[in-house]
Design a protein around this ligand. Structure first.
Ligand code: GLN
Length: 546
């Protein structure tokens, strides 16, 4: 039977619980164990897909088309295990299930209550089949202890602590040890209070993972152990790290995996960890041979978490080319008012990337950025919305289709981009997205595409059949193929039925590729996505010129 590790957080949010969970998963993997990571999200939204990226960060899409929390992206990147719909649940989903059951009469007249019904649903989710041979299921509880909405989740994992066989549950609590500069002291009180809160709802943490800016003095470690009723060796220091891929090494050095295995009485039999690949990637990241500057002309640039996977995929591309990747975040909108700003901001960058976006705001600025990159031979990577803007740019500026636009921005006489139902005339591909706000119209999850033989993208992928994750409602209109291809922008990848443009590229440019999907979702530090590796390679070439 699998063993369960529950990861909770306290003191403040944004301590990096997702990353901590992912790093622990990686450490257990490094010892030869099979892991699965799951996330419990206490908010009421039925799915994170409906939440603003500037508030909640990126929506991470799984192979099976679930729109989930961005922490699942960390899980995938650190463990290489694909997450599924069954790895993320929200309060909204739980209540939806319960209310549907109640309406059907499944409760046979019983009073439906938080305990046992809501907690029961949470436990069922946690315990649902983790898959063949999984040794550890890591379950992260979103939010911080003490949040009203989190209570049923804490109660559910408390119950599991009793219901699982003895020695099959471990509770890790992530806290913060603030350093007060004026006093020159590290403060343990917030951690003490956070653990007190946790204990008041019946959970005694086995391990404390303490985020801090500097080393925890022994005296403070002892104090935390005593006040929080945790062994001193289980007070683990989690110092800020210059790069996230060295976190597994840091945690191992501090003894996190050892303490976890000790909780499960597995220390004597556990294999030694093989951390070679983590050592290698940390070394590569800290000894780059050069630097590239990428301008990201986007829409949600106020919160970089909105582009979490994109940032990581670009860093992976940097690893593949042994360069450090620097980001220049630009709101598309700023290019709309000041033409001169475009050349000022883009002339010296080594690559331009227009990422995914929804809605009209900023799109004109992005189209201008595409034009500038095309005309000045700056490597250009258009992702999803970024490919759609590249198509509109070519149609308007090169094919003479002045009114070229997307129906996402309102009715247009030249729908270069539009809803697939507007022109596929009964050939609509099957949509997997069920229900919900965007329900039924968003293409989400993995879909196949076929690449044109001899194209640049076929060379980059090293094959003609690919599968990539999607998340969009609009499509490039295949009816404009001929007109756009005449401008030099070729449709080098299509859906297998030939109806939906999936990739495009320019042969007359050092590197100009647009993709309708989100390749960043599948990039891994140990397996950089070929498009990102190739794009960063092209930006590296440019960095030697400008
Ligand atoms: N807004 C566009 C669409 O829905 C692009 C979406 C995206 O970039 N993810 O098709």
């Amino acid at each position: 039977m699998a063993r369960y590790i529950f990861i909770t957080g306290g003191v403040v949010s944004s301590l990096g619980k997702g990353l901590a969970s992912a790093a622990l998963g990686a450490l257990l993997q490094a010892r030869g164990y099979k892991v699965r990571l799951r996330k419990l999200d206490p908010y009421l939204n039925v799915d994170p897909g409906t939440m603003s990226p500037t508030q909640h960060g990126e929506v991470f899409v799984t192979e099976d088309g679930a729109e989930t929390d961005l922490d699942l992206g960390h899980y995938e990147r650190f463990t290489g295990v694909n997450a599924t719909r069954a790895d993320n649940i929200t309060t909204g989903q739980i209540y939806k299930t319960i209310i549907e059951k109640e309406r059907r009469g499944d409760y046979l007249g019983a009073t439906v209550q938080v305990i046992p019904h809501v907690t029961g649903e949470i436990k069922d989710f946690v315990l649902s089949d983790p898959g063949e041979g999984v040794d550890f299921v890591l379950v992260e509880v979103g939010g911080t202890v003490g949040d009203i909405e989190g209570l049923p989740f804490f109660e559910a994992i408390r119950q599991l602590g009793q219901e699982l066989p003895r020695g099959h549950a471990c509770f890790i609590h992530l806290t913060l040890l603030p350093y007060i500069k004026t006093a020159g002291e590290m403060k343990t009180k917030p951690t003490q209070h956070s653990v007190k809160e946790l204990r008041s709802i019946g959970i005694q943490p086995d391990i404390l993972l303490c985020r801090c800016e500097m080393e925890i003095p022994d005296s403070e470690r002892r104090k935390i152990g005593q006040f929080c009723n945790v062994r001193q060796s289980a007070v683990i220091q989690a110092m800020d790290s210059p790069n996230i891929y060295s976190v597994p090494l840091d945690y191992h050095r501090e003894g996190l995996d050892t303490e976890v295995l000790d909780v499960f009485s597995m220390l004597d039999t556990a294999p030694k960890p093989d951390l070679t690949r983590w050592e290698q990637i940390s070394h590569t990241l800290s000894h780059p041979d050069g630097e590239v500057n990428i301008a990201i002309v986007g829409k949600y640039t106020a919160l970089t978490d909105a582009y979490k996977s994109l940032i990581e995929a670009l860093i992976h591309g940097g690893v593949a080319n042994n360069v450090r990747v620097k980001f220049d975040w630009i709101e598309g909108e700023v290019f709309e008012n000041e033409e001169a700003l475009i050349s000022e901001r883009l002339t010296n960058v080594h690559g331009v990337l227009v990422p995914g976006a929804f809605g009209e705001r900023g799109s004109e600025g992005m189209i201008r950025a595409v034009k500038f990159a095309r005309e000045h031979a700056i490597p250009y990577f258009g992702i999803c919305f970024g490919m759609q803007m590249a198509m509109i740019e070519a149609a308007r500026n090169l094919a003479g289709i002045e009114q070229a636009s997307s129906t996402e921005f309102g009715p247009t006489s030249e729908p270069i981009v539009g809803l697939m139902t507007e022109w596929t005339r009964g050939n609509e591909i099957e949509l997997r997205q069920e229900g919900g706000n965007f329900g039924g119209t968003m293409r989400c999850g993995a879909y196949d595409a076929v690449l044109a033989a001899g194209s640049r993208v076929a060379e980059i992928y090293g094959g003609l059949s690919i599968s990539e994750r999607h998340r969009h409602r609009y499509e490039v209109n295949i009816a404009y193929r001929e007109a756009i291809e005449r401008t030099g922008l070729s449709f080098s990848g299509l859906s297998p039925d030939g109806i939906l443009p999936e990739l495009c590229e320019r042969a007359d440019h050092p590197w100009f590729v647009g993709v309708q999907f989100h390749p960043e979702l599948k990039s891994r530090p140990f397996d950089p996505h070929p498009l990102f590796a190739s794009f960063i390679g092209a930006t590296k070439d440019r960095s030697r010129l400008v």
